[in-house]
Design a protein around this ligand. Structure first.
Ligand code: UDP
Length: 323
C-alpha cells in the first residue's frame, strides 16, 4: 500500500512510519520540519520504501501530486505543544485549519481514505471525566491563546465530518490523550520529557500550578497500533474515537515518581501558571478518556502502564544525553 504521512518527521509520525514500513508499505512523508526533526527519521532515509518531501501541506501543487500517488493518508501535520501555541498563535490557527482544509479538499478530489489527528484538548475545561466522544465541550475565553488550539482541532473535526457526510469521503477522526514515548521533546511544553530531563540533570522539576491537575499518558506504540487498526476497519469511517489510557495521575505525583525512578536530587518547584505560560492561563484540571468506543470496534486496550512508559522514556533520555 502507498501511504502518505503528513508530519511524518514528528514524534508520533516517525513511529507511525517505522511501523508501516515494517509491514511492507511504501511511505511518503511530507514535513516542513517546524517541530519535526531529521533525526526522528534518519534511520528510515536509506529505505527504498521511504520517501521524504520537505515542504508544507499548504503547498497545493505538491499535495496534489502526493495525494494522487497514495492510497491512504494519515494527517498528522499540525502545530502542537501548549508552549508553541502560546508563543505562535497565528501559526497555530492557520497551520491547523488551512492545512487540514487543503488535505481534505485534495483527498476528496482523489477519494483517498484519511485519518485526521485531533486532540483531547477539544473537551476543554469540562471536568466530567471520563470524556465520551459525544460529550459537550467547554472552551475558555478567546483572549487565552491556549483555546485556539482546541478550537482549531474542533474545526478540523467539523471539516472531516462534513466531507464524510456531504461527499462520502472515507474519513476517521481520532482524539489523542497525552501520547508519550521515546523521541518526544520537551521544548514545546510536553511534561514527561521535560521532567525526565530535569530530573536526570539535577535541575528543579517544574510543576506548573499547584500540581493537582491530572493527566492519563498513552504510550506511542499503543497509539500507532490503534491508528493502523482503525484505518483497516470500514465501520470506523465517519466516526470520532478517543485514543488514550485511563491510569490517571496528578502532575505533582508524576514529578515525585520521576524523581524517585531517576534517583534524582532535583527539587520539585511549583511555578504559577501566569509565569509558566501567560497571564490568566487556563489549564484543564482533569483529562481522562472513555475508551469504550474504540475498544468495541477494534478491541483496543492500552498495553503500557505509566511505570513502563516512564522507564522507556528515562532509558531513552539517558542514552541520548550521553550521546
Ligand atoms: N506541566 C508542568 N510542568 C512542565 C510542563 C507541563 O507542570 O514543565 C503541566 C501542564 O501545565 C499540564 C500538564 O503538565 O497541566 C501536561 O502538560 P503537557 O503540555 O504535557 O500536555 P497538555 O495535557 O497540557 O496538553
Amino acid at each position: 500500500m502507498r501511504i502518505l504521512v503528513t508530519g511524518g518527521a514528528g514524534f508520533i509520525g516517525s513511529h507511525l512510519c517505522e511501523y508501516l514500513i515494517k509491514k511492507g508499505n511504501q511511505i511518503t512523508v511530507i514535513d516542513d520540519f517546524s517541530t519535526g526533526t531529521i533525526e526522528n527519521i534518519s534511520h528510515l532515509l536509506e529505505n527504498p520504501n521511504f520517501n521524504l518531501v520537505r515542504d508544507t501541506v499548504l503547498n497545493e501543487n505538491i499535495m496534489h501530486l502526493l495525494i494522487e500517488q497514495c492510497d491512504r493518508i494519515y494527517h498528522l501535520a499540525a502545530a502542537v505543544g501548549v508552549k508553541l501555541i502560546i508563543e505562535k498563535p497565528v501559526h497555530t490557527i492557520s497551520t491547523n485549519i488551512a492545512g487540514t482544509e487543503r488535505v481534505l479538499e485534495i483527498a476528496h478530489k482523489f477519494n483517498r481514505k484519511i485519518i485526521i489527528m485531533s486532540s483531547s484538548e477539544v473537551y476543554g475545561k469540562n471536568t466530567a471525566v471520563p470524556f465520551n466522544e459525544d460529550d459537550d465541550r467547554l472552551m475558555g475565553a478567546t483572549k487565552y491563546s491556549r483555546w485556539s488550539y482546541a478550537c482549531s482541532k474542533a474545526i478540523d473535526e467539523f471539516l472531516g465530518i462534513a466531507y464524510h457526510r456531504q461527499y462520502a469521503l472515507p474519513v476517521i477522526i481520532v482524539r489523542l490523550f497525552n501520547t508519550v514515548g521515546p523521541r518526544q521533546v520537551g521544548h514545546y511544553g510536553m511534561v514527561i520529557p521535560r521532567f525526565v530531563k530535569q530530573a536526570l540533570k539535577g535541575e528543579p522539576i517544574t510543576v506548573y500550578g499547584d500540581g493537582t491537575q491530572t493527566r492519563c499518558f498513552t504510550y506511542v506504540g499503543d497509539v500507532i497500533r490503534a491508528l493502523v487498526n482503525l484505518m483497516d476497519t470500514p465501520q470506523a469511517l465517519g466516526n470520532v474515537f478517543n485514543i488514550g489510557a485511563n491510569e490517571e495521575i496528578s502532575i505533582y505525583d508524576l514529578a515525585v515518581k520521576i524523581k524517585d525512578k531517576t534517583n534524582s536530587s532535583s527539587q520539585i518547584q511549583k511555578i504559577p501558571y501566569d509565569k509558566a505560560y501567560e497571564k490568566g492561563f487556563d489549564d484543564m484540571m482533569r483529562r481522562v478518556p472513555d475508551i469504550s468506543k474504540i475498544h468495541k470496534i477494534i478491541g483496543y486496550n492500552p498495553t503500557y502502564s505509566l511505570d513502563q512508559i516512564l522507564d522507556s522514556v528515562i532509558d531513552y533520555t539517558k542514552k541520548n544525553m550521553q550521546a
